[in-house]
Design a binder for this molecule. Structure first.
Ligand code: PLP
Length: 284
């Protein structure tokens, strides 16, 4: 595989990053994941806009222009012959040479790493026809979940708790209300109304969430942005989640309780279709 590191396209075995990199030592970095369908990037402008926001929130400079980001993404997709899969990008605060909690001087170059992963069955995903099961776990992450940082240890532990419980994912719960999934935004549907948590520092502002909420409203579906509980999800007609790599997928069980008929519901199924149709048209 060819990867990108700080301006160079290299075989992955030749890519090098310093052990003093603040991404490695302190999780001082941000990332984005953009899906590729038919060799094209899905919702690329959305990811670039959020990258800028994450960098701004951490007082980091954007190392590349929008055109250059697009070029690097396209080069990697082409060089690795990615038809379906994703491009991962990461920007860290670089290598100050010494470990120090204080930020290094402003002119310290950031570390920019991108790579691709091919994965078939993203669009035609059998899980869209079966749905996933989730458990709830306490949300003990930090208070700036709106910044897409590489500190993913707790979501990773939560994913392992889900695996141990023989389900697919975990939903985080804080003060009695669901925040989000380990790597996705979550929704319930009751009486035709879609409910998803309102944007704040408590959740990641999903690029897919923004698109799906817009498409739902354009299709005259009602969307209410507010927090909901696990009990409400268990009593809902259907549930689903969104992320850039999974698009829209149904959730059919929450903490051992079937949601609705325990099968993918019509709202999730329809929103997945709309999302894929519209986003393929807009893909770059
Ligand atoms: N919430 C969390 C915690 C995530 O990690 C992600 C994606 O990685 C999402 C939500 C979904 O965001 P997006 O639709 O931009 O992928």
């Amino acid at each position: 595989r060819t990867v990108y590191v700080n301006g160079d396209y290299l075989p992955e075995t030749e890519a090098r990053v310093s052990i003093f990199d603040r991404g490695f030592l302190m999780a001082d970095g941000v990332y984005e994941v953009t899906s590729v369908l038919g060799g094209k990037l899905i919702d690329f402008p959305g990811h670039l806009a959020r990258l800028q926001r994450s960098l701004d929130e951490l007082s980091m400079k954007n190392p590349l222009s929008a055109d250059d980001w697009l070029e690097v993404h396209r080069q990697l997709v082409a060089r690795n012959d990615v038809d379906e899969g994703m491009v991962y990008l990461q920007v860290t605060r670089g290598n100050p040479g010494d470990r120090d909690f204080a930020f290094p001087p402003e002119d310290t170059p950031p570390t920019v790493v991108l790579f691709t992963q091919s994965k078939s069955g993203l669009a035609d995903n059998p899980v869209a026809r079966t749905g996933i099961k989730v458990i709830s776990v306490p949300d003990i992450r930090w208070g700036r979940r709106d910044i897409k940082t590489v500190q993913l240890l707790y979501p990773s532990l939560a994913k392992m708790a889900a695996k141990k419980a023989h389900v697919d994912d975990a939903w985080f719960v804080e003060d009695g209300f669901v925040t989000e999934g380990t790597s996705n935004n979550v929704y319930i549907v009751k009486g035709g109304k879609i409910v998803t948590r309102n944007l704040s520092n408590d959740i990641l502002h999903g690029i897919t969430r923004a698109a799906v909420v817009r498409f739902a409203r354009e299709a005259q579906m009602e969307v209410e942005e507010r927090a909901f509980t696990i009990a409400e999800a268990q009593a809902a007609d259907e549930a689903f989640f969104t992320s850039a790599s999974a698009f829209v997928l149904p959730v059919v069980e929450v903490d051992g309780q079937a949601v609705g008929a325990g099968k993918p519901g019509p709202v999730a199924t329809r929103l997945r279709e709309i999302y894929l149709d519209e986003m393929r048209k807009a893909a770059v």
